[in-house]
Design a protein around this ligand. Structure first.
Ligand SMILES: Nc1ncnc2c1ncn2[C@@H]1O[C@H](COP(=O)(O)OP(=O)(O)OP(=O)(O)O)[C@@H](O)[C@H]1O
Ligand SMILES: [Mg+2]
Length: 263
């Protein structure tokens, strides 16, 4: 049995689903048996990211007790398995998130990694995933509100005795200043695992319903996401599988040299 990672954030829109989808797809691409669960019961959208239409059996049916968990798991990209959730309001009202605990128990040995995408904030739909988590990954942006809001998530996770693996800072423009890095790490009391650039290819990939690591594999965002996935899983991935294609590196090198010449 591998790890159950819960991707969480105090604030909405920090990039939890984007990171969950791409990290899970990357792990599957590395040959790891990986399941991605959409536990954002109120606003589920993992299906949209990976072209799975969850109108048939989905997580709600599992949480209502009317379906077995394996009947709600679908094939995603790169061999990833996906447990989506539907947008039905009625199903949302009838679902019991507590059932997630025993459902995961029945399948956890089938996977090397389970990645759980959660809602923002601290309602019950987030607290149950926290309880089943092996490792919690926090997601913040480089603004004060997302950091302060996520402090509450960190404190709740710690109160459950959970291991917070670290924090991913997403949507960074340029470089993250050392001052802000220390603020994030000191406020949340955890280390920064990874810094993901603010990259327009992420929105483009979403509009094409394909993980950015597959649609734009040579982008910097894809590279950092794949590297993050490898680091989280503690697996050695050869550089050639992570690094941008040679032509891109050469281009960067060329402009880098021009910049150096003209200051
Ligand atoms: N690194 C990035 N660069 C550019 N755009 C990004 C990046 N990460 C996420 N986005 C964009 O930000 C928006 C919100 O991302 P996402 O849905 O993953 O956030 P979330 O935390 O899951 O939101 P919610 O709290 O509503 O579930 C999306 O439009 C996504 O394309
Ligand atoms: Mg989301």
């Amino acid at each position: 049995m591998g790890s159950i990672f819960v991707i969480a954030s105090g604030k909405g829109g920090t990039g939890k689903t984007t990171l969950s989808v791409n990290i899970a797809t990357a792990l599957a691409g590395f040959g790891e048996k990986t399941l991605l669960i959409d536990a954002d019961l109120g606003m589920p959208n993992v299906g949209m990211f990976v072209q799975i239409d969850p109108i048939s059996t989905n997580l709600y049916d599992v949480l209502k007790g009317t379906a077995e968990i394996n009947d709600a798991i679908y094939d995603g990209p790169s061999g990833l398995k996906v447990l989506p959730c539907s947008l039905s309001l009625k199903s949302y009202q009838n679902s019991n998130i507590e059932r997630l605990k025993c459902s995961i128990e029945t399948i956890k040995n089938d996977y090397d990694h389970i990645i759980i995408d959660t809602a923002s904030g601290l309602n019950k739909n987030v607290l149950v995933p926290f309880q089943v988590a092996g490792k919690i990954i926090l997601v913040v942006n480089d603004d004060v509100t997302s950091i302060v809001d996520t402090l509450k998530s960190a404190n709740v996770a710690k109160s459950y005795g959970k291991n917070i693996e670290g924090v991913i800072v997403n949507r960074i423009n340029g470089n993250l200043e050392n001052n802000l890095k220390s603020k994030i790490q000191n406020t949340l009391g955890v280390k920064i695992l990874s810094e993901i650039p603010n990259d327009p290819v992420i929105a483009k990939a979403l509009s094409l319903q394909t993980p950015v690591i597959l649609k734009y594999p040579n982008s910097k965002a894809a590279f950092t996401l794949k590297r993050t996935a490898a680091m989280m899983a503690g697996i050695e991935v050869p550089d050639y599988k992570l690094q941008p294609a040679k032509s891109v590196v050469e281009k960067v090198g060329f402009f880098g040299r021009i910049k150096a010449i003209f200051g």
